[in-house]
Design a protein around this ligand. Sequence first.
Ligand code: SF4
Ligand code: SF4
Length: 340
Amino acid sequence: MPSFAFSGEAFASAFTSLGEKYAVWGPKRLKGRGRFFGTDLVTYAPLQTFDELETDEKSAMSPKSVVFPPDETLFYFTGDHFSEPPLEDERETIVFLRPCDINGFRRLDAMFLENGGTADPFYLRRREKLHFFMIECRESFENCFCVSMGSNTTENYAAAFRFGEDSVEVEVKDPRFAQFFASGTPSSFTPEFVNENVKKVTVPAVEEMPPELFVSPLWDEYDSRCIACGRCNTSCVTCTCFSSLDLFYSDSRNCGERRRVWDGCHLDGFSDMAGGHSFRKKKGERMRFKTFHKIYDFRKRFGYDMCVGCGRCDDVCPEYISFSECIDRVSEALKGGEVQ
Ligand code: SF4
Ligand code: SF4
């Protein structure tokens, strides 16, 4: 695979050329929009110029919003006719992202395209336009445990990038993008991957989760600590739950639109049902549900774990609840067949 080296300025020009043909997304720093006064938010957004691409910091939000927006109109209806809105940008899309997130897209594909045997057309129409531009990740960020989840490496990218102080190296795998980088100096760059995280977890390797663990006291602590804010769900690259809403326009009850908006298993009302029934009222029950889905139920269906160990849920939890600690607590409880 050919590789090229650029100065920062020369790469900025190549980036602009890409943006003339493709929609380009990546991690972007929003000044003053962070959780605390005077802090920034790094989130996924469309990029116009290279200097908008945040290459040093882990994003608080994941790239799933590129294919699964937080709030999306699926179709408009008038009487018995309906129409789909065009995409905000009909061009093919490039997204800059790290290896764990590329592996996260494998999970999103499983949920939206394979689960239940019918592909979700609203996801598919965005997903089939997507190209992965991998940001090389050689050092672990705080709370990452991608190595334990086997999500630290990938070969699934169109191009890979190493960003230096005033230099960029790129390996071009997909020949469709070769023209944009041909002005660089040939180099021997091949991406490397982080091979050890500070945080290591032990994923429980059980075929069947013992029923006792569903009612274990280990979940009780989360009843009082979790405040059901749902930040762990919204920041997670592999959480795919949503609610569908029909909005009727005030001038005609026959006209309106159907939207889907992100929802999450930690949020109040998520498991409400007709007749006033509600499953998982307690926060600990919600934590149990999420944990088992991420490291057990999904694996039973697809053969690999849902969680990719990006650590964002630990990064954003206002109650300092650690999901990686929770995984270890489940493993501890199972050790030697004992359930605490
Ligand atoms: S559960 Fe947490 S660590 Fe795992 S993929 Fe989601 S946000 Fe990342
Ligand atoms: S981010 Fe923390 S407090 Fe908020 S719902 Fe998730 S576990 Fe609970």
